[in-house]
Design a binder for this molecule. Structure first.
Ligand code: AKG
Length: 287
């Protein structure tokens, strides 16, 4: 599925963007299901629905400055949509991940992050691994573009090569902020590269790569379907922050029934009270 040059680029940079990760028919079904959730959420002003641990499935950006609240996260969409299950488990995207960390690939979790036009939704800088530590770091976060991602609509920003650098703590002064400290963030932003592409493209990101994203300044939505996969022999070291009945599903290869370990030190993450976005916001941290 991926060329040797693409695989080499991923291992060198920790990030690779590839077009046509799902076919046109599946992309249309993904877009239709998500449009239905946006419509359903329009008359809601607080998170709603329920996932396996009782927390809401649908998370809303609180309305500010006269803007209505807006859907920003769907947790574990594979549980409520055949299209999202298919994209996660049986698409070109799945094969690409197997090319990078396969042959045995299992699912950790899925979610949709959406930035509706005018909403303040943004992601503070972090690496994924301190949220989801495993016995080894052969984990890929696949961010499938459900909408076209442009310079204006809040693209993912990454710092190539940081997957080979330090693991940055997300705890500061005894508080789990879900983000690196402000000085580290300023340094990361200086070297940031944007991951953009047409709808149906996927950004494949190493779990230790530093990344963040700014609000959507355009009139078009920016929606990403995010699947976190691990090698079959990577074992989770903390509870899944976005638990799903599909966790541990082998989507390629088979269970090797072995654990492979890498040496590293990491702070234990805090389990989110509500969602990732609330965890990164001042309000929840002070609650
Ligand atoms: O939605 C985004 O722009 C980034 C997603 C992300 O960083 C995350 O969910 O960990």
């Amino acid at each position: 599925m991926l060329t040797q040059d693409q695989k080499d680029a991923f291992h060198r940079d920790g990030v690779l963007t590839v077009e046509n990760a799902v076919n046109a028919d599946l992309l249309a079904r993904l877009r239709a299901d998500f449009a239905g959730w946006v419509e359903e959420s329009a008359d809601k002003d607080a998170p709603y629905g329920e996932t396996v641990d009782g927390r809401p499935r649908f998370d809303l950006q609180p309305g500010e400055n006269g803007q209505p609240s807006a859907l920003r996260r769907v947790a574990a969409p594979t549980e409520v949509s055949d299209a999202f299950f298919e994209a996660m488990s049986n698409s070109a995207m799945t094969d690409m991940v197997a090319d990078l960390i396969g042959p045995n690939i299992k699912l950790h979790h899925t979610k949709i992050n959406s930035k509706q036009p005018g909403a303040a939704t943004m992601v503070k800088w972090h690496q994924d691994f301190p949220f989801t530590p495993h016995s080894n770091s052969d984990l890929v976060t696949a961010l499938l573009m459900i909408d076209e991602v442009t310079e204006e609509n809040g693209p993912l920003a990454v710092v190539p090569g940081t997957h080979k650098g330090p693991i940055h703590s997300l705890w500061h002064d005894g508080v789990f902020t879900g983000a690196v400290d402000p000085d580290t963030e300023a340094e990361m932003k200086q070297d940031a590269k944007l991951c953009m592409g047409k709808a149906g493209s996927v950004c494949l990101m190493h779990t230790r790569l530093a990344h963040g994203s700014e609000p959507n300044l355009s009139t078009m939505p920016r929606t990403l379907f995010i699947c976190v996969y691990s090698a079959g022999d990577a074992m989770p070291c903390s509870p899944n922050p976005v638990p799903t009945k599909h966790m541990g599903l082998f989507v390629r290869g088979e269970d090797p029934r072995r654990v492979r370990a890498e040496a590293y030190d990491i702070d234990v993450p805090e389990y989110p009270k509500t969602s990732f976005f609330a965890q990164q916001s001042e309000t929840e941290r002070r609650a």
